[in-house]
Design a protein around this ligand. Structure first.
Ligand code: APR
Ligand code: PHB
Length: 401
């Protein structure tokens, strides 16, 4: 366990790995390190209640499931997760099924990412994973060398963690990425001209598998959390306000975009949650600088088309945990040295898939008849080609780690 020592005004915590951010990436990494007997401390800006209240996507790839299995934290996931063998594209009229299980021999699991976070949070005390919530003014120091530290305030007192490594799992808006000198980095970004308006409701899903639709009125996604809880999305211009979308208007729009067949099976109900999230593709290189490693949304963002966000965070965490285990347990300094290149190779492939699905399924304001014809041709090609379907299926189910 980390050791706390008193020092004039500061409380200094010494540990091997300081993790900033207790979202799914930070918690998963913390558990994996503790399972290897590596000391770590996680610090989080928000309260546990706030972290648990964030509604996120709900499709888990093999890598995410297998990390939960390896930790022995998969009991609820196994009991409540829905195994999905395929998913569908629609255009308001026809449906193209991608037989993920038949084409790849693998499946995904529908289980809310919020539930993964809850499982990881609940297990932390028993596994000796220290998570300090409600920290403020987090600042990284000396990350270029081999004795970095993380300063923060909590309840009005100043604290410092001295570690061998710091891992930034602090999401897109956190301070870790910004601590790397601009001269050492490169950023790639695509901001999309629309957001996803999502609704969560306690109604049975309209279909037992996900349906992504590119209809004349725009994009729609029919997803679920369980056999009794549905999650739907449509795309809206970024200028749109939540107040403009009372539940009835949103259900009407979903019925139009999903098409007459799904509209018949779609059950309407009051929104448990409704929000608009902008879409962005973003990659930050490198994912390591000196003693600082970045994992998850701290280093990259994908648009939600394809549900790669958490799964990509999980593969980063897998590479980071392997590298840090190599360093601390097998004296292998090169393991950390190759972290960024290994993680980025997979990140870019997932960025490509999320971007290409986004392009295929949304009507962009700048698109003319040619771009629309390209979408129709691509959907036709996918409908008639096992090779195209296999490519989509292997990306959807998760590329090898
Ligand atoms: N100090 C401490 N913690 C911070 C700070 C800070 N200054 N800034 C942000 N954080 C915390 C956030 O409060 C949040 O709990 O870092 C955490 C980051 O978590 P996520 O944003 O969920 O990012 P990540 O863990 O990388 O999740 C990856 O999983 O659920 C999905 O949509 C999510 O795509 C994302 C993916
Ligand atoms: C979800 O269920 O919230 C979900 C599913 C698939 C996506 C995005 C979100 O691509």
């Amino acid at each position: 366990m980390p050791q706390e020592t008193g020092a004039s005004c500061d409380a200094i915590l010494k540990t091997q790995v300081a993790i900033v951010g207790a979202g799914p990436a930070g918690l998963l990494l913390g558990h994996l390190l503790r399972a290897e007997g590596i000391d770590c401390v996680v610090i989080e800006r928000q309260t546990p209640q706030h972290v648990q209240s964030r509604i996120r996507a709900g499709v888990l790839e093999r890598i995410t499931v297998s990390l939960m299995e390896r930790l022995g934290l998969d009991a609820r996931l196994k009991a409540e997760g829905l195994i999905e063998e395929g998913f569908n594209f629609g255009d308001g009229e026809r449906t193209i099924r991608i037989d993920v299980a038949g084409l790849t021999g693998k499946t995904v699991v529908v289980y809310g990412q919020t539930e993964i976070t809850r499982d990881l949070m609940d297990a932390a005390p028993a596994r000796g994973l220290q998570v300090i919530y409600g920290v403020e003014n987090v600042a990284l120091h000396d990350i270029a060398g081999d004795a970095p530290s993380v300063a923060f305030d909590k309840d009005g007192a100043a604290h410092r963690i001295e570690a061998r490594f710091v891992v930034g799992c602090d999401g897109f808006h956190g301070p870790c990425r910004k601590a790397i000198p601009a001269s050492a980095v490169r950023e790639y970004e695509r901001v999309y001209p629309f957001g996803w308006l999502g609704i969560l409701a306690d109604v049975p899903p309209c279909n037992h598998e996900l349906v992504y639709a590119n209809a004349p009125q725009g994009f729609a996604l029919a997803s679920m959390r369980s056999r009794t809880r549905s999650r739907y999305y449509i795309d809206v211009p970024l200028t749109e306000q939540l107040e403009d979308w009372p539940d009835d208007r949103l259900w009407d729009e979903l019925a139009l975009r999903l098409g007459p067949q799904l509209a018949q099976t779609m059950v309407r109900g009051p929104a448990l949650e409704k929000s608009i999230a902008p879409l962005r593709s973003y990659v930050f290189e490198p994912m390591r600088y000196g003693s600082l490693l970045l994992c998850g949304d701290a280093a990259h963002i994908v648009p939600p088309t394809g549900a790669k966000g958490l799964n990509l965070a999980a593969s980063d965490v897998h590479y980071a945990a392997t590298a840090l285990t190599g360093f601390f347990k097998h004296n292998d300094a090169d393991a950390v040295g190759s972290y960024s290149a290994k993680a980025l190779a997979r990140v870019w492939k997932c960025e490509r898939f999320s971007w290409s699905l986004t392009k295929l399924l949304h009507r962009f304001p700048e698109d003319g008849p040619f771009e629309r014809a390209m979408q129709v041709a691509e959907l036709d090609y996918i409908a008639g080609s096992t090779a195209a379907q296999t490519s989509i299926a292997e990306n959807f189910v998760g590329l090898p780690v």
